[in-house]
Design a protein around this ligand. Structure first.
Ligand code: FO1
Length: 307
């Protein structure tokens, strides 16, 4: 069994690659991006993974459903509502059903399980916690929900800090702990370390469990050189005074990661990462198409045979 800690857009490619190699895959999903909008509970990372595995994801934008229409959001705009977060019409069904189920007493794990069954997905998807945790970006214009910072303000404000509101009160999903214990290999997706993996690590009890399992944990760098493969990782890392390179990511993960996969073009960084008592593998980590996704997934599974 394999478990992967993941965010959304940056992670779904590797998840798809792994899912093509094994039916025994579990995703522990970030929940810090979740947001209440128009009375609906939106879970972008969970939905991106579900849509990605169901092959209905809009791959060009990395979120939402392919060929969706936006009649709802146009009508909301006409009515003077805030429409900076563009919910597609078909995507809306997901948020509506989820919200109704929450109101009827189901928790996020149960709802996610129901959804993946509806889409006949064999990969298990576990929210890291069923409690509310929201990533807040502290900026020069005030505290912003991560979606506000990234989508409404296009990632422009100066970032001074990042907090995971609610994490200290949250309880780790017991199923996540069970998956970590049972897995032969645990993969940290090439996701934003601060806002996709960070909120998962902040949940009480989770990091402690990862430290116990360190020997079987392999992370894939989300950076090539000093550039993120996608998204605003560098901006967040600088705000937290992390070194903005794969070395900084390796250091951030060093208490629970024993193996780190970096781009072949970053081979000059291997020795620095080794100093954190982390083994380094170098390969092509870009995933531009499904062939790349399968290639990287197979590579990770091959390297982890020795765990
Ligand atoms: N990202 C955008 O940049 N603009 C949007 O209008 C937007 C809408 C949206 C709707 C549903 C959904 O699941 C994701 C959506 N995203 C949108 C993506 C999302 O903001 C992030 O990519 C993830 O939270 C990862 O950080």
């Amino acid at each position: 069994m394999i478990t992967i800690l993941a965010g959304g857009t940056g992670s779904v490619k590797l998840i798809r690659g792994l899912a093509s190699q094994t039916r025994e895959l579990t995703v522990i999903s970030n929940i810090g991006d979740n947001i209440w909008l128009h009375g609906l509970y939106v879970c972008p990372d969970i939905d991106t993974v579900i849509y990605g595995l169901a092959d209905i994801l809009d791959k060009s934008q990395g979120w939402g459903i392919r060929n969706d229409s936006f009649g709802f959001i146009r009508q909301m705009e006409m009515l003077g509502e805030q429409t900076w977060f563009r919910l597609g019409d078909r995507d809306l069904a997901t948020h509506l059903l989820r919200t109704n189920m929450l109101k009827n007493g189901k928790n996020l794990s149960e709802i996610t399980e129901w959804m993946r069954n509806k889409y006949a997905i064999s990969t298990k998807i576990i929210p890291a916690t069923d409690n509310p945790v929201e990533t807040k970006i502290i900026t020069d214009i005030g505290e912003l929900h991560i979606q506000e910072f990234w989508v409404k303000f296009r990632g422009n404000p100066e970032v001074t800090d990042i907090v995971y509101a609610g994490a200290e009160r949250s309880r780790v999903n017991p199923e996540a702990i069970h998956a970590l214990k049972r897995s032969k290999v645990i993969i940290i997706a090439p996701a934003n370390p601060v806002t996709s993996i960070g909120p998962i690590l902040a949940i009480k009890g989770l990091r402690k469990e990862l430290i116990i399992e360190r020997k079987k944990i392999i992370a894939v760098s989300p950076l090539i050189g000093e550039r993120a493969i996608s998204g605003p990782a560098i901006k967040y890392m600088k705000a937290l005074k992390m070194q903005n390179s794969p070395v900084g990511v390796a250091e951030y993960y060093s208490d629970f990661v024993s193996t780190f996969v970096i781009s072949r073009t970053d081979s000059n960084l291997s020795a620095k990462i080794n100093r954190f008592n982390i083994k380094v593998y170098e390969t092509d980590i870009m995933m531009d198409d499904s062939k790349d996704e399968i290639r990287l997934a197979s590579y990770l599974l091959k390297q982890s045979k020795s765990f």
